[in-house]
Ligand binder design. Structure first.
Ligand SMILES: NC(=O)c1ccc[n+]([C@@H]2O[C@H](COP(=O)([O-])OP(=O)(O)OC[C@H]3O[C@@H](n4cnc5c(N)ncnc54)[C@H](OP(=O)(O)O)[C@@H]3O)[C@@H](O)[C@H]2O)c1
Length: 161
């Protein structure tokens, strides 16, 4: 940990990068990283966040430690398109479920990074950042959390669940 975080901090000191961060870190790993030299420069932990995986333990811990969360896979690789609750909210908001999901992530004060190979989807995803979800809509989406993790390779750490 000390070697890797030290190298990232050094890259920043040399002006090779504007910011440094970590990804898929558990709460214990983040604590360890923050305690080594250069760890105070970590600005984000990029983890999986979408309506089916709210990842609250990690999000809460990052917030408590002053580290911004970046939520990846906000559209759950397209799965959100088939969800009835998200479809209903999309209709209320004159949007698509693929826009509602990142809007929900962003509303939780999480940096959100949907990806797309299509120009019109990229534009729609930028538009999604203008969607203002009501408290009731936020609650209905909160209730979709089922701990469904998509990025979970064999070498994954023991997640905070
Ligand atoms: N740190 C990590 O370990 C990690 C792991 C996974 C992903 N990531 C990063 O997270 C970002 C997003 O992840 P991801 O691409 O795996 O998942 P994602 O953003 O949840 O899903 C992308 C899929 O959703 C579709 N999509 C996107 N916008 C859409 C829209 N407006 N309407 C309909 N469909 C839409 C895309 O299809 P089309 O191309 O057809 O639009 C694509 O199939 C990427 O930058 C990736 O590098 C990081």
């Amino acid at each position: 940990m000390a070697e890797s975080i030290g190298a990232l901090a050094e890259a920043r000191r040399l002006g090779l990068t504007r910011h440094i961060g970590v990804s898929n870190f558990t709460n214990a790993q983040l604590d360890e990283a923050l305690n080594v030299e250069g760890g105070d420069q970590i600005i984000t932990n990029q983890v999986e966040v979408h309506p089916f995986l709210a990842n609250r333990k990690v999000v809460d811990h990052c917030e408590a430690r002053g580290v911004k969360v970046t939520g990846y896979m906000p559209v759950a690789r397209g799965k959100v398109m088939d969800d009835d609750t998200l479809k209903a909210i999309a209709e209320e908001q004159n949007a698509t479920p693929a826009q509602i999901a990142p809007a929900w992530v962003a509303s939780r004060d999480i940096v959100v990074i949907p990806s797309s190979t299509k120009r019109e989807h990229l534009a729609a995803n930028l538009e999604a950042m203008k969607i203002s979800l009501t408290a009731d809509e936020m609650t209905r989406i909160d209730e979709l959390d089922r701990g469904e993790r998509i990025a979970n390779p064999s070498f994954a750490p023991e997640w905070d669940e």
